[in-house]
Design a protein around this ligand. Structure first.
Ligand SMILES: Cc1cc2nc3c(=O)[nH]c(=O)nc-3n(C[C@H](O)[C@H](O)[C@H](O)COP(=O)(O)OP(=O)(O)OC[C@H]3O[C@@H](n4cnc5c(N)ncnc54)[C@H](O)[C@@H]3O)c2cc1C
Length: 529
């Protein structure tokens, strides 16, 4: 069967903040962009869920140096200093240029002068420097960005499609002049179309992975359901270098509601004066860190787990009853999430637990988002730029998505204008996706059980506190599950559910492998042995 094939200058997989910033940068320069997205409308990913805000240090070298210092402290000096400096010094201008000037995102200001920004404080920051739109910053940014994307004549959105695998010269072309090149090159991706149930070939001069994080492979997570490490698992299969795969950040305060997903209670609530307390109403953070409730996330998460183990309780509480601000206006998202389960944060304590939140590792990239595979870039949470080191400083990831989206866009534009692009002969030589079996055995009960296994393994054995024996057990279980999945589904036609399951299982395996190898505790990789 001949499958549909697409040809583009630039193929971007993922329509969150990083993918869309890259797309807009290139489209504004006149390049034609194909944007792939798994749902029928533009899918905003975790970017839509960001509450706290985005770091904004603009034209202020002293503040930039102080931000750099805070990031290194939060990251346990495991960071790549060149990338941290790049973000601290150049990040503000990218926010100014794209979010403020190009998109006009309505950030909160303190007066009628819109540039008098209402900068707020978060854990690990030594000064208030977070730009926000109340507590729905991500939603406001993504609404403006998606509107610009939808109306751009150079951008074609290809919806209802999930990427399955990368196409590379080493693996896919029979043309000998490419096969004998020392360096492998990316030529696009195989993409599953949910409407036609076909796997299409998307051939492209430049491919950008912008598939977001990994939180949804853990039992308790604040993430969007597409956060299963798709880009990371595709990159690994194509032989691309990954880095810092053991560093999964757990957010200390997700709303605790039995058997439910975990909406985030933004760190800004503690920034505005909220305090963590135990079931007897006592504060406990002073026992763990001099910065108390505003210590970096790894320290606060581990402290909460310790308190839960000490008291035998399922959660701790966040006391926001004393905040000076009007919480209904400053934190409307938090207020509504809590009200839905009968908690009025103006007078009730908020039950909270830690949950998987952010991935500090991923596809290793340079300051322009280039990966170790030629013609493949990665931006946003699926990439590892080195800025977070062993632990992310709050509100730096939206900034990373904007800055690297911009720099990757500029670099790709330069490369497309100055270097040879692929010839048609190469594209014509790429084979269609090889269809496997026809047996319809993707039973939802089996898939649900496989997901339950992965999520429980990751939460219980590869979670906030890790030990050699837990990690070994996880590694063995995931290796078995992975080989079982390959055998079982060899005869099953592909579906987007299966694509996601494969990506998730492989990502879980890779994280566990790295966590097992790294015997030293640092930041969000905490080894109790
Ligand atoms: C609840 C919450 C609150 C947060 N608050 C903040 C904050 O205040 N400040 C801050 O700086 N950061 C915050 N973060 C982190 C920040 O939101 C993310 O790191 C950032 O938005 C990631 O952007 P991204 O573009 O890399 O990924 P995403 O926005 O997650 O986008 C990934 C995209 O890839 C798509 N995708 C995935 N798999 C496939 C596939 N196989 N094929 C095709 N498409 C695919 C998804 O559908 C999605 O469109 C928060 C995160 C969460 C979960």
């Amino acid at each position: 069967m001949n499958t549909t094939s697409y040809r583009s200058q630039v193929l971007i997989i993922g329509t969150g903040l990083s993918g869309c910033t890259t797309a807009l940068t290139l489209a504004d320069k006149g390049f034609k962009v194909h944007l792939v997205c798994p749902t029928d409308a533009l899918e905003p990913g975790n970017s839509n869920l960001a509450q706290g805000g985005i770091v904004y240090v603009h034209n202020n070298p002293q503040e930039a140096a102080s931000l750099e210092n805070d990031m290194l402290i939060a990251g346990h000096h495991y960071n790549f200093i060149k990338a941290v400096r790049f973000l601290a010094q150049e990040g503000g201008e990218s926010v100014h240029k794209i979010l403020i000037e190009r998109l006009g995102v309505p950030f909160n200001s303190r007066s009628s002068n819109t540039a008098d920004w209402d900068l707020t404080l978060e854990g690990g920051h030594s000064a208030p420097r977070i730009l926000h739109c109340a507590d729905y910053t991500g939603k406001s940014i993504m609404e403006s960005l998606h509107c610009a994307i939808r109306n751009h004549e150079n951008i074609q959105v290809l919806s209802n499609r999930s990427a399955v695998d990368l196409i590379t010269t080493d693996h896919h072309t029979p043309i000998t002049s490419y096969r004998y090149k020392l360096k492998n090159q990316c030529v696009g991706a195989y993409v599953f179309n949910d409407i036609t149930s076909q796997v299409e070939s998307h051939l492209s001069d430049m491919t950008i992975l912008a598939t977001g994080g990994v939180g949804d492979i853990f039992l308790h997570s604040t993430n969007n359901p597409w956060s299963v490490g798709a880009g990371i698992s595709m990159a690994q299969r194509a032989g691309v270098r990954l880095a810092n795969m053991e560093f999964v950040q757990f957010h200390p305060t997700a709303l605790y509601d039995i058997d439910k997903k975990r909406p985030l209670i933004t760190e800004a609530v503690r920034g505005e004066g909220g305090k963590l307390i135990d079931h007897h109403g006592y504060r406990f953070m002073q026992k763990y860190d001099g910065r108390k409730d505003l210590a970096p996330r790894d320290i606060v998460s581990q402290a909460i787990v310790n308190e839960m183990l000490r008291t035998g309780e399922q959660n701790v509480f966040l006391d926001a009853t004393q905040l000076e601000c009007d919480v209904t206006k400053r934190f409307p998202t938090v207020f509504d999430s809590c009200m839905k389960i009968g908690i009025d944060i103006r007078k009730d304590y908020i039950p909270v637990v830690p949950a998987a939140h952010y991935f500090c590792g991923g596809i290793l990239v340079d300051l322009n988002g280039r990966s170790t595979l030629d013609n493949l870039y990665a931006v946003g949470e699926c990439s590892c730029t080195g800025i977070h080191g062993a632990n992310r400083l709050a509100s730096t990831s939206l900034l990373e998505a904007v800055l690297w989206g911009l720099s990757a866009g500029n670099d790709i534009a330069h490369a497309l204008s100055s270097q040879d692009t692929f010839d048609e002969k190469l594209f014509n030589s790429i084979p269609d996706w090889e269809h496997t079996g026809n047996e319809h055995n993707d039973d939802p009960a089996l898939i649900a059980q496989d997901w339950a296994s992965i999520r429980n393994i990751m939460w219980n054995y590869v979670g906030i506190v890790r030990t050699e024996s837990r990690l070994r057990r996880a590694f063995a279980d995931l290796r078995d599950l992975s080989s079982h999945l390959h055998d079982f589904y060899r005869h099953t036609p592909l579906s987007s559910t299966l694509v996601k399951l494969f990506h998730g299982c492989q990502t879980a395996y890779l994280i566990t492998q790295s966590a097992l190898r790294n015997k030293n505790s640092a930041g969000c990789h905490h080894r109790a042995d």
